[in-house]
Design a protein around this ligand. Structure first.
Ligand SMILES: Nc1ncnc2c1ncn2[C@@H]1O[C@H](COP(=O)(O)OP(=O)(O)OP(=O)(O)O)[C@@H](O)[C@H]1O
Length: 407
């Protein structure tokens, strides 16, 4: 078995928690087999690293590894994405297309958020698991494929089965081996370690000294329950690294970044005397921060326009950005109609989600959007449904954005 420490280093996994180690050991043990694995754990606990480990340590490592975010694919196109389609099988199917199960033949498919799969797709998936067969949309000819499936979920599959949203037979097929990743609040001794690692990474990324927590702040951090788990902790480290001028973070300062205290941008949250020099400096930071965000937003729009040359398409795809950057009046003055296209009505964006998954986590160009989403999630106790409603977007779009921005 590969040394655990070396494995963690190779896959950028931080932590010494017993449950984490057990999960990693399990992944290493099942990797050489073709057994289906179900990775469970709350959102943001690091489930994505498990299928990568399994694939890399298996005989399939030289074949394709495809990560599919089942929750982000419009229902109308999911079968075609996974299993392919034949020319003419539906409007817009202008040519034959291979699905991921064909492309990944010999390799591994990671089905993230498998609980989100529509029931009809679950039937097709069951068939692949049972006899390695699938049928392209619009075809009647079964095809063979040899794909190992690793799935992940952060929903309670038992209750999904009870509510008849998930097939029990498929659940048993998928979960031959279950690997559970603990919530961050249950890995108390890893919290500060992770924070220090993220702080060091962001210091390097933003070319500034690393932030440090004083004793009081460490205590607050350890006693916080992190509903968003490691993803939330990472965000916290990034926000503080970028916004705070002082590199020594006190408990009071840290509290301003934790959801219950979430109001405006943390650096200018009320409750402090606004007439001292440091608060003026804070405000200057916020203004600079906002300006940088605006510039990044504009850069994105300009780049999109240069790349596509299709104004209408860019408007459609960036409607939220346009609404954010320009006031209603400005949009009207320039006769710009902001179209809010629902996700599942746009067949031409079939591949967006997969690009999102495989994209490097580069510095987001849409930090303002990220900020709005984060605030809304925090305000709504991480309930995506409520946050989506508040933001005026579909749950699927919100889900896609959470993944895209790694929130
Ligand atoms: N042990 C760890 N060490 C360092 N970074 C980690 C660790 N676990 C998770 N992360 C980071 O936390 C973020 C969230 O991880 P990941 O996307 O794997 O979570 P998830 O469990 O798949 O969440 P979801 O269910 O919402 O998809 C990523 O940026 C990942 O790199």
């Amino acid at each position: 078995m590969e040394n655990l420490q070396a494995l963690k280093q190779r896959f950028g996994i931080i932590g010494n928690d017993v449950q984490l180690n057990r999960a990693l050991e399990k992944a290493v043990r099942v990797a050489p087999t073709d057994i289906s694995v179900l990775v469970t754990g709350e959102s943001g606990v690091g489930k994505e690293s498990i299928p990568k480990i399994i694939h890399s340590l298996s005989h399939r490592k030289h074949a394709k590894y495809i990560a599919v975010n089942c929750g982000a694919i419009p229902e109308g196109t999911i079968d075609s994405e996974l299993f392919g389609h034949e020319k003419g099988s539906f409007t817009g199917a202008t040519q034959d297309r291979k699905g991921y199960f064909e492309v990944a033949d010999g390799g591994t498919i990671f089905l993230d958020e498998v609980g989100e799969l529509p029931l009809t797709t679950q039937v097709r998936l069951l068939r692949v698991l049972e006899n390695g067969e699938f049928i392209k949309v619009g075809s009647s000819k079964p095809q063979k494929t040899d794909v190992r499936i690793v799935a992940a979920t952060n929903v309670n599959m038992r209750s999904a089965i009870e509510k008849e949203r998930f097939r029990e037979d498929l659940y048993y097929r998928l979960s031959t081996v279950e690997i559970h990743l603990p919530a961050l609040r249950d890995r108390n001794e890893d919290i500060h370690l992770l924070f220090r690692k993220f702080a060091a990474d962001f210091a390097q990324k933003y070319r500034m000294p690393s932030i440090r927590l004083d004793e009081n702040a460490i205590n607050i951090l350890l006693n916080y329950n992190f509903p968003g788990n490691i993803r939330q902790l990472k965000n916290l480290a990034e926000q503080i690294s970028v916004i705070e001028e002082s590199r020594m973070i006190t408990g009071a300062k840290l509290k301003q970044y934790l959801p219950n205290n979430f109001g405006n941008l943390p650096a200018v949250v009320g409750g402090k005397k606004d007439n001292d020099f440091s608060s003026e400096r804070d405000i200057m930071y916020k203004i600079l921060f906002d300006m940088r965000n605006d510039i990044n937003d504009l850069k994105k729009l300009t780049l999109d326009l240069m790349k596509s040359g299709n104004v209408e398409e860019v408007q459609e795809e960036n409607h939220q950005l346009l609404e954010k950057i320009y006031s209603d009046k400005e949009l009207k003055e320039h006769n710009i109609e902001v179209l809010n296209i629902p996700q599942n009505s746009s067949p031409k964006k079939d591949y967006d989600f997969i690009e999102t998954i495989e994209e490097d986590e580069s510095l987001s160009l849409q930090e303002k959007e990220v900020e709005m989403i984060k605030k809304s999630l925090e305000k709504n106790n991480n309930k995506r449904k409520l946050a989506a409603k508040e933001l005026g977007i579909s749950e699927r779009t919100l889900y896609r954005k959470i993944k895209q921005y790694d929130l």
